[in-house]
Design a protein around this ligand. Structure first.
Ligand code: NAD
Ligand code: DAU
Length: 349
């Protein structure tokens, strides 16, 4: 297959590109805007390997740029769309970019697929939208199946849910070959340090405070990045048209306190680094996914949380210059805006 992978310079997208090029003969065009979260270092290994480099091309650009997207979609058999603004806290500070990419960007992709489809009656251009468990909102008890109502609570999750609704509308109206994945909290090497796991690892490495929102009893289902990328591949290859697939983690349901304990234990750092800070507004208490639909396609998570956290911690210990460069020029301003006042009001945990 010839694939267009949007957001392929980000954390999960780049893992997908590397693993897909290893496992198949596919060729891949990566379209990425290189926001603060995109990093070509994530794709350096691909660009430098002769066997993979001939099947890989990078295009810097925006999924909301309709003419560019239309041109690229004409060249491929399928679109796998990871591109999004992905951090909930930033969506609370500045929501606009989330909506532009999540709504207008997804719309530009759908239009390009619809037009490309018109000229190709025999083989459809498949569009896989990478979405999130956050569209369901907090799940008080049990596991959310794909039929769970969509009740997003942050600008980030509302933008993602809007993208999903557009995808489903284009499926119904124009008969496009679409599939959606809704993944759990993903962690692993080379994630931007803004997210909980890498933030707490990199802060602990520097003996900086770990800002835990509220009492840290919120629960997430953690999914190792390789497993997430492989689930997207399985849905791309074998998913039924028009279908949504949840991608759960290892099912161990860790509280943020437990995640923090695991990180500190792996680094040999003390709990006294942890500070309870004022909570994230609209903080969802728990996410938990029913993954039976994807299991029926033959996918299961393979990396247990304890193993994944050890691998992740090791990566950050061994790649200090890399994660420092990923933080980029805007990091100090963001950190100040998000955490300075919270840390002033913090208490020991
Ligand atoms: P990320 O922030 O690491 O990467 C996003 C990538 O998209 C970056 O390379 C960025 O430059 C690019 N991008 C952003 N806006 C763009 C635009 N308008 N046009 C082109 N490129 C653009 O995110 P991630 O953690 O790798 O997440 C990838 C996808 O998976 C997102 O759609 C996210 O909603 C979804 N997801 C993430 C998680 C998670 O825990 N990280 C879990 C479930 C689903
Ligand atoms: O569930 C899937 C989602 O997981 C993805 O769709 C998002 O792209 C991804 O960012 C992630 O969202 P979360 O909000 O769950 O992840 P984050 O790492 O920001 O936070 C995880 C938990 O840790 C959450 O309960 C908030 C808490 N937290 C986070 C940060 C950054 C803290 O207590 N302190 C922090 O400083």
């Amino acid at each position: 297959m010839r694939l267009l992978v949007t957001g392929g310079a980000g954390f999960i997208g780049s893992t997908f590109v590397r693993r897909r090029l290893d496992a198949t003969d596919d060729s891949v065009i990566v379209l990425d805007k290189l926001t603060y979260a995109g990093d070509l270092a994530n794709l350096a290994e691909v660009a430098e390997r002769p066997d993979a480099a001939t099947r890989y091309r990078f295009v810097e650009g925006d999924i909301a740029d309709a003419p560019l997207v239309a041109e690229l979609v004409r060249e491929v058999d399928a679109v796998v769309s990871f591109a999004a603004e992905s951090h909930v806290d930033r969506s609370i500070l500045e929501p606009t970019a989330f909506l532009v990419t999540g709504v207008m960007g997804v719309h530009a992709l759908l239009e390009a697929v619809r037009v490309a489809q018109g000229g190709r009656r025999k083989s459809a251009v498949r569009l896989l939208q990478v979405s999130t468990d956050e569209v369901y909102g907090p799940v008080a008890a049990g596991l959310a199946p794909e039929t769970h109502p969509v009740r997003p609570t942050s600008p980030y999750s509302a933008a993602k849910a809007s993208g999903d609704l557009l995808v489903q509308a284009y499926r119904e109206t124009y008969g496009l070959d679409t599939v959606i994945t809704r993944g759990a909290n993903t962690y692993g090497p080379a994630q931007h340090p803004e997210k909980l796991v890498p933030l707490f690892i990199t802060n602990a490495l520097q003996d900086l405070p770990l800002p835990m929102y509220g009492d840290g009893t919120q629960v997430r289902d953690w999914l190792y990045v390789d497993d997430h990328a492989d689930a997207v591949s399985v849905v791309l290859d074998r998913g039924s048209p028009g279908t949504i697939y949840n991608v759960p983690g290892d099912g161990s349901e860790q509280s943020n306190r437990a995640v923090t304990e695991a990180i500190l234990a792996a680094l040999g750092k003390p709990w006294s680094l942890v500070r309870e800070v004022p909570d994230r507004p609209g903080h969802d208490r728990r996410y938990a996914l029913d993954g039976s639909r994807l299991r029926d396609l033959g996918w299961m998570p393979t990396v247990a949380f304890e193993d994944g956290i050890d691998r992740t911690v090791r990566w950050y210990v061994e790649h200090e210059s890399r994660w420092r460069s990923t933080q980029g020029a805007g990091w100090a301003d963001y950190y100040e805006r998000q955490y300075a006042w919270r840390l002033e009001r913090s208490v020991p945990s």
